[in-house]
Design a protein around this ligand. Structure first.
Ligand code: N01
Length: 545
């Protein structure tokens, strides 16, 4: 095989080409190698880690506890790595993934600073022909897309964005060098997870921080703290049980290390509780009170009653009534967007150097050379931080020119919403695999557990093909249609698909993107059971040639 060949005629050949060196791609490389396949990883970034490489903004931290947001495939790795905090920060995760890459000698098969731009299925050869922005050409039997669910940045179409003479920064492509906010007037656009995490940290140094908020968030204190070494030792002794348990739990998080920030509801309905009982719940449970009821995530009236308790908490913490009102979500179901975990977000609005710009009272009109101009007035700024999110789940795939059988483009096959079987494969795209793809639990569960399960499923499938002398694997149309129907059915009646819900899960944040709920909401155990049942039934729903 020739790697990185520039000769037009030469294709470097591998059994599998893996796109992306985030946690999915790292494990895919290791696992496929262990199974005896040749594999090569192509990664756009200058380093490994995916999300944890790009999103190095101040305050970036995972919302899954460190001892669970870690690989379970190697007991030795589990024992030798020590975590410092309950919820790991970006830099610690980036170090961890680099450690994994070096420990398993993976770096020699990872090609950095290279973006895959096109992948075409050659039906005659039954191989994927892949091209990169550096002119590399690869030929692989299997194409494994480890491109991530939240990796295609959304650059907001705000007029005048390029005219700003100060510094523009994006949370999802943050510079490696430290950014100094000291003495700076900073404007932050966006109050999803990234903006909410960055706000307190930027406010600590900035001369003044203006938070431009279009939609208020539901956000819970993370309760992050140093990880107790005794607790860490105890968890390490039970890691095998923990890993097994993760796959038996809806979101793949056991909470063994004491990190359950948003507890499961009690068996009491808020609609059957008196006003006094509801307020008493706020006194007792604080931010958790709004979700502490069995009906809040299934009944819209109950949900609104829960949201009321949330707004009560905002008023209790944010001193300025005007800011508290601005920070209070309305007409947005609790549980429709991804819950945000933060440290001191609301408390930050009690600082003198922080101003909430509630865009519901007048939106952004344009960015000017001096700052941001809104219907409420102009804001002079030295820096603008865009925390505006991603084209989720399908964006990274859409940005590559992927063509399957008959030259069909993936983005056209998915124009009316992504269609997959198990979130792993798509009709018309043989030997093409999506790790944590649309139609799988992915963003609704612990991403490491999901990625490991997918990689292992794909590995088993490839081994079966090798043993039986198969060339291709692809789902049947019937199986795919049935799976898509099931994915839609389980999402119905949840807050994720409520008529008033707008979210990136539904593609609402991308102009022109069709509104379809993309992940499997039926939980990890049910999903894994489906995958295992398919295998036990001799890969039911998949056609092999
Ligand atoms: O992106 P988002 P994110 N003018 O899409 C606003 C994961 N994650 O990067 O809601 C003004 O949630 C937009 O407003 P609106 C996690 O899964 C996890 O923060 O569309 N505002 C919104 O407020 C998360 O859910 C962590 O009205 C504009 C914000 O920008 C996912 O990544 C940390 C605008 C975008 O929020 C995405 O989070 C970080 C405009 N033109 C991320 N365009 C952890 O904690 C957009 N907005 C683990």
């Amino acid at each position: 095989m020739t790697v990185g060949a520039r000769d037009d005629a030469a294709f470097s050949e591998f059994d599998a080409l893996v796109v992306g060196a985030g946690l999915s791609g790292i494990y895919a490389l290791h696992h496929l190698r262990e199974l005896g396949f040749t594999a090569h990883v192509v990664e756009a970034g200058d380093g490994v880690g995916g999300t944890w490489y790009w999103n190095r903004y101040p305050g970036a931290r995972c919302d899954v506890p460190s001892m669970e947001y870690s690989f379970g495939f190697s007991p030795e790795l589990e024992q030798e790595w020590d975590w410092s905090e309950v919820f790991p920060a970006q830099d610690e995760l980036e170090r961890y993934f680099n450690h994994v890459v070096d420990r398993f000698d993976l770096r020699r098969d990872i090609q950095l600073s290279t973006r895959v731009v096109a992948a075409t299925y050659d039906e005659e050869a039954a191989r994927w022909m892949v091209e990169t922005d550096r002119g590399d050409r690869f030929s692989a039997r299997f194409l494994v897309m480890a491109t991530g669910c939240l990796s295609a940045p959304l650059e907001p179409q705000i007029p005048g964005r390029d005219t700003f003479t100060g510094t523009s920064l994006f949370t999802n492509a943050w510079p490696k060098d430290d950014v100094d906010f000291t003495g700076q007037r900073v404007g932050l656009i966006g109050t999803g997870s990234s903006g909410v995490q960055a706000t307190p940290v930027i406010a600590a140094d900035a001369d003044h921080l203006y938070v431009f908020q279009r939609t208020p968030s539901y956000a819970w204190p993370a309760g992050n703290r140093p990880l107790d070494p005794e607790l860490q030792r105890a968890v390490k002794q039970q890691y095998r049980e923990l890993r097994a348990e993760q796959r038996r739990i809806y979101g793949g998080v056991v909470g063994t290390s004491g990190a359950i920030a948003v507890p499961l509801p009690r068996d009491v309905k808020i609609l059957e509780a008196s006003e006094e009982e509801r307020r008493a719940a706020v006194d007792e449970l604080g931010w958790a009170a709004c979700r502490a009821w069995s009906d809040v995530l299934s009944d819209l009236d109950a949900n609104e009653a829960g949201a009321d308790l949330y707004r009560e908490m905002v008023r209790r913490v944010v001193v300025d009534p005007d800011a508290a009102d601005g920070l209070s979500p309305r007409n947005l179901p609790l549980g429709c967007k991804r819950p945000i975990l933060h440290t001191d977000y609301y408390e930050t609005f009690n600082r003198d150097n922080v101003t909430l710009v509630d865009l519901r009272r007048g939106g952004i009109e344009k960015v000017t050379p001096n700052g941001i101009s809104t219907a409420q007035g102009d804001f002079d700024l030295d820096m603008i931080v865009y925390a505006t999110g991603f084209d989720a789940m399908t964006g990274a795939l859409d940005r590559i020119d992927i063509r399957g059988r008959g030259g069909q483009r993936l983005r056209e096959a998915w124009a009316a919403g992504a269609r997959t079987y198990l979130g792993i494969q798509t009709v018309g795209f043989p030997n093409f695999f999506t790790i944590t793809g649309p139609g799988s639990p992915s963003v609704l569960a612990n991403m490491v557990v999901c990625a490991e399960q997918h990689v292992e499923w794909i590995g088993d499938c490839l081994v079966r093909m090798r043993e039986r002398g198969h060339t291709t694997v692809e789902p049947t149309l019937d199986a795919q249609d049935a799976w898509v129907a099931q994915v839609n059915a389980v999402a119905q009646g949840t807050m994720y698909t409520a008529p008033t819900c707008t979210s990136w899960y539904l593609g609402d944040n991308i102009p022109g993107k069709v509104r379809v709920f993309l992940p499997w909401v039926g939980g990890l155990p049910a999903y894994i059971e489906h995958c295992e049942r398919v295998v036990a039934a001799d890969y039911e729903g998949f056609a092999f040639t």
